[in-house]
Design a protein around this ligand. Structure first.
Ligand SMILES: NC(=O)c1ccc[n+]([C@@H]2O[C@H](COP(=O)([O-])OP(=O)(O)OC[C@H]3O[C@@H](n4cnc5c(N)ncnc54)[C@H](O)[C@@H]3O)[C@@H](O)[C@H]2O)c1
Length: 307
């Protein structure tokens, strides 16, 4: 039996629940939000939709105790409307929510893999890991997975190839101190220093295009939802199938002594081996600097702890 929990049923949590149920990807789904009526509404709506499906998902709502035997828990609580002010504007609010939610998860005796989507991603993942008390390899953030996907999209468009032909990673801090590790990027095995499918690709243009994709989405919708949902589903599949899939998720990286977005293998155990790739010295420096930014963000939380 596959059992998943989702905490926070806003744009992202609701879409994720919808995709999991509609595609028959889960046998039991636990849905939790601070708004009771929202959880009741989503449960009713999904159960109505299930009348046409050949699969069935048992949907449980507002019950932390039901997480005890869940395989995977997604945290997607927050207040994404704050991001219109600036990318890290959710920090104070989400920190307080993370303390409360983390404590309730701890009391539920949940022992599976926690995937955190809440922003600021690396910092909140670190806070949740502390609160929940699970081993670091079982507490993962979505990190720079979506930034990496945007880079694939930009390269695929510029070189007229499929995004699936692109590999490589953006490291660092989601929505903040991102590090585009060009040394890791390949298109069908070729580095960007050679012509790709007859196209000479300009790194700074690719970076602008990747960031623009985020800008267009936020400008028109006011939030991001489809890409993060699709990649979370991809991670869920990798966990259930024990794939050892490499993605730049937010993980505890001992070398930097902090949670940071860094490529690692994902499987049934959560995080397996980290990918210690040979990067350009400048990239190494930038990752170190991103780690410092994340540590400062975590330090700043100590000052608001007493609120
Ligand atoms: N990493 C990414 O690529 C990415 C992409 C999109 C969103 N996000 C982040 O994911 C989070 C959710 O995004 P969204 O657009 O769905 O937000 P949203 O504001 O639409 O919804 C958040 C939901 O969380 C609920 N909530 C708040 N505090 C709670 C608590 N203590 N317990 C239970 N529920 C609680 C709210 O009631 C609301 O329904 C945000 O932090 C957002 O920044 C990350």
């Amino acid at each position: 039996m596959r059992k998943i929990g989702i905490i926070g049923l806003g744009h992202v949590g609701e879409m994720l629940a919808n995709q999991l149920v509609m595609n028959g990807k889960v046998d039991e789904l636990v849905l939790i939000d601070e708004k009771d009526q929202l959880a009741i509404a989503i449960q009713a709506d999904l159960n109505d939709a299930q009348t046409v499906l050949a699969t069935h998902t048992k949907i449980i709502i507002q019950d932390y105790a039901a997480l005890v035997d869940a395989d995977i828990l997604i945290t997607a609580f927050g207040k994404s409307a704050l991001m219109k002010q600036q990318p890290m504007a959710e920090l104070g609010n989400n920190y307080h929510q993370a303390l409360q939610v983390g404590n309730k998860i701890f009391k539920s005796d949940f022992s599976g893999i926690l995937i955190n989507l809440t922003n600021p991603n690396e910092a909140i993942t670190a806070v949740l890991q502390q609160q929940v008390g699970l081993p670091q390899k079982q507490v993962i953030g979505i990190g720079t997975v979506v930034e990496t996907a945007r880079l694939y999209h930009a390269i695929a468009d510029a070189a007229n190839v499929a995004a699936a032909n692109v590999t490589g990673f953006v490291y660092g801090q989601h929505d903040g101190h991102q590090v585009f590790a060009w040394s890791t990027v390949r298109v069908n095995g070729q580095p960007l220093t050679v012509a790709i499918n007859g196209h000479h690709l300009d790194q700074s243009q690719l970076k602008i295009k990747a960031n623009l994709s985020n800008w267009y989405t936020l400008d028109g919708l006011g939030y991001n939802v489809s890409a993060v949902t699709a990649w979370t589903l991809r991670i869920i599949t990798a966990i259930f199938a024990d794939e050892q899939l490499a993605l730049p998720v937010a993980i505890y990286q001992p070398q930097y002594a902090t949670y940071i977005s860094f490529p690692a293998l994902i499987g049934r155990q959560g995080i397996g081996n980290l990918l210690l790739l040979k990067l350009y010295p400048l990239e190494e420096e930038e990752i170190k600097s991103a780690a410092t930014t994340i540590k400062h963000q975590l330090d700043s939380l100590k000052n608001i702890k007493g609120e």
